[in-house]
Design a protein around this ligand. Structure first.
Ligand code: NAP
Length: 255
């Protein structure tokens, strides 16, 4: 039987938050799978370095400096991907921020808005332009990065937690509207993953490892352990999966 992850070869896929952590690992894995990858984030130098790695592995990459809090940047990111690669087959809307780590009653409106702007509006605008492009070209697969906090409460992370609940809401709504147009929309919900964001959230990487000792996995996930499930959701191997939030957390949320 044909290994359907192989279907990613030659596909045009846009990744936001590609300059670091989960997004960088996923973009590299996509490049290694033969996809043509459009890399979006604010840090152009980090994107250029990753593009070099993807090209060295035999892949194709396009660097698109993008701020996901700016609607026009996301519209342009989709337009540049179409101009360079001719179509858009997939997208990984992964850029996100943690925001201020503090109890809800101490958050300012500006603190709350900053998280919503990146994590909710950023995903809304990405979906809006990606879905329009995919409807024109006959379909595709989109994966949004939610989190296990999309279904849990989490002290000191109220804005972040609310934003990830919203990512699941956008995912499910977009999924119901677009399957008939050949477009699937899913989310990946990672547990704690060793990235710069988790380092900030837990105070340090040592704290991150220590606080996970009593969880089923006993350690954080690696960015690569999120990347592979995302490739599955982007590929035709998941052709009947739509509107789901795939939890990838080593069992963190089931105890
Ligand atoms: N690490 C975890 O434990 C964990 C768990 C669950 C979910 N997640 C989610 O996973 C995603 C990736 O996070 P990570 O852990 O890989 O963290 P990370 O290493 O800090 O990466 C965050 C990425 O988001 C990008 N980003 C942030 N604000 C942006 C903006 N305004 N415009 C464009 N790009 C922006 C950053 O790029 P620039 O700074 O270059 O713009 C960077 O590439 C996030 O959505 C996060 O909420 C992480």
């Amino acid at each position: 039987m044909k290994h359907r992850l192989a279907d990613l070869a030659g596909k045009s896929i846009l990744v936001t938050g590609a300059s670091s952590g989960i997004g960088a690992a996923t973009a590299l894995a996509l490049g290694q799978a033969g996809a043509r990858v459009a890399l979006a984030a604010r840090r152009e130098d980090a994107l250029a370095a990753l593009a070099g790695q993807i090209c060295a592995a035999g892949g194709e990459a396009l660097v698109i400096p993008t701020d996901v809090t700016v609607e026009a940047d996301l519209e342009r990111a989709v337009a540049r991907t179409l101009a360079q690669f001719g179509r858009l087959d997939g997208a990984f809307n992964n850029a996100g921020v943690l925001g201020k780590v503090a109890p809800l009653h101490t958050l300012s409106t500006a603190d709350f808005s900053a998280v919503m702007q990146a994590n909710v509006y950023g995903v809304f605008w990405a979906l809006k332009y990606q879905i329009a492009a995919m409807r024109d070209s006959g379909g595709g697969s989109i994966v949004n990065t939610a989190s296990i906090v999309a279904q849990l409460g989490f002290a000191d992370f109220a804005a972040y937690t609310a934003s990830k609940h919203a990512v699941l809401g956008l995912t499910r709504s977009a999924a119901t509207e677009n399957f008939a147009h050949g477009i699937r929309v899913n989310a990946v919900s990672p547990g704690p993953v060793a990235t710069p964001m988790a380092e900030i959230g837990f105070g340090s990487l040592d704290n991150l490892h220590a606080s996970l000792k009593l969880t089923p996995a006993g350690r954080p996930g690696t960015p690569e352990e999120i990347a592979q499930p995302v490739l599955f959701l982007l590929s035709s191997a998941s052709s009947y999966i739509n509107g789901q939030g795939l939890v990838v957390d080593g069992g963190f949320s089931v105890v």
